[in-house]
Design a binder for this molecule. Structure first.
Ligand SMILES: O=C(O)c1cc(=O)[nH]c(=O)n1[C@@H]1O[C@H](COP(=O)(O)O)[C@@H](O)[C@H]1O
Length: 302
């Protein structure tokens, strides 16, 4: 699957993914009001509003980008109706030819991880019939439980041609609390990186592995170390834009060939319409302009 992502990045010349993270505060009032009129102040109204919002963002950007990354928490907040909006958004993005990175940060004991892997990137067998759950192309994985918590995801990557991104060095302010701790003189994130490379060797897809790494744009010195230690690992790089990461900061995440990373921006794209020059009805056009700016900004440093 990573080879497909690379192909799409080359086609679009855009190593980016748009984060479909619809907080209520991002949804234009006119959409919310219409859904509330129809469904009352309910989770159904929110789910419907989220999907309409995402659909417009996808319609206005799909021809420019290779991928989207819906963050499942924003949908989960609204229970079943939120999850329906998640699933519909995943399906719509795929219909438009986009690759979908499900940001669910899953990971548990082996048997539970297998269920998570099937839910997000795999298939289940129901009395001889194969059925799919969310069917995203990639899912983010928390490696904290170790190999038996990650291996089921890798097995599904291999059987279904899918991919994962393992949290290696996250973008948030407290990420160093555990991730930077030294163990026999080596920071924990480097140990996770080493393990991620070992896991990656189990699922190669061309020059890169289906087992990628999440590496935040906000720690460029560490990104440079990781890029050197993980030559065959593709990076998912969040933290650009709203969290302060700049194009210069994420440059070390790329290899010399200009490949090796896909950069996420969520709020910076989907809430771009909040700048003064746009009206609320133009939220899709604002997202498109923000995507174009992001592509130029990143290509400038590659
Ligand atoms: O796995 C992720 O995508 C992720 C990892 C990380 O280290 N930092 C991080 O911000 N993310 C996600 O990336 C998105 C960032 O959103 P913005 O800050 O609005 O661009 C959110 O969906 C986060 O959950």
């Amino acid at each position: 699957m990573i080879a497909k992502l690379i192909e799409k990045i080359k086609q679009t010349n855009a190593p980016i993914c748009v984060g479909l993270d619809p907080l209520i505060s991002h949804i234009p009032d006119y959409i919310l009001e219409e859904k509330i009129k129809k469904y009352g102040k309910s989770t159904k109204a929110i789910g419907e509003a989220f999907f309409e919002f995402n659909k417009e963002i996808i319609d206005k950007t799909y021809d420019l980008i290779p991928s989207v990354k819906p963050q499942i928490a924003m949908y989960e907040e609204f229970g079943i109706e939120g999850m329906i909006a998640y699933q519909k958004s995943v399906e719509y993005a795929k219909e438009k030819g986009l690759l979908v990175i499900g940001d669910a940060k899953r990971g548990d004991i082996g048997s539970t991880s297998l269920a998570y892997a099937k839910a997000h990137i795999g298939v289940s067998d129901i009395l001889g019939e194969k059925i799919v759950g969310f069917n995203t192309d990639f899912v983010t994985v928390n490696p904290y439980l170790g190999t038996d918590g990650v291996k089921p995801f890798i097995d599904v990557c291999n059987s279904e041609d899918k991919g994962i991104f393992v949290l290696v060095k996250t973008s948030n302010p407290s990420s160093g609390e555990f991730q930077d701790q030294l163990i026999d003189g080596i920071p924990l994130y480097e140990l996770v990186a080493k393990k991620t490379c070992e896991w990656g060797a189990m699922s190669m897809d061309g020059n890169y592995s289906n087992v990628g790494a999440v590496v935040g744009a906000t720690y460029p010195k560490m990104s440079a170390i990781l890029r050197e230690k993980m030559p065959n690992t593709f990076f998912l790089v969040p933290g650009y834009g709203a969290q302060g990461g700049t194009a210069e900061d994420l440059k070390p995440c790329f290899n010399k060939d200009g490949l090796g990373a896909v950069v996420n921006s969520s709020r910076g794209i989907i809430a771009a319409y909040k700048q003064e020059k746009y009206s609320v009805m133009e939220f899709g056009d604002a997202a498109r302009a923000a995507v174009k700016d992001m592509i130029v900004d990143i290509n400038r440093v590659l």
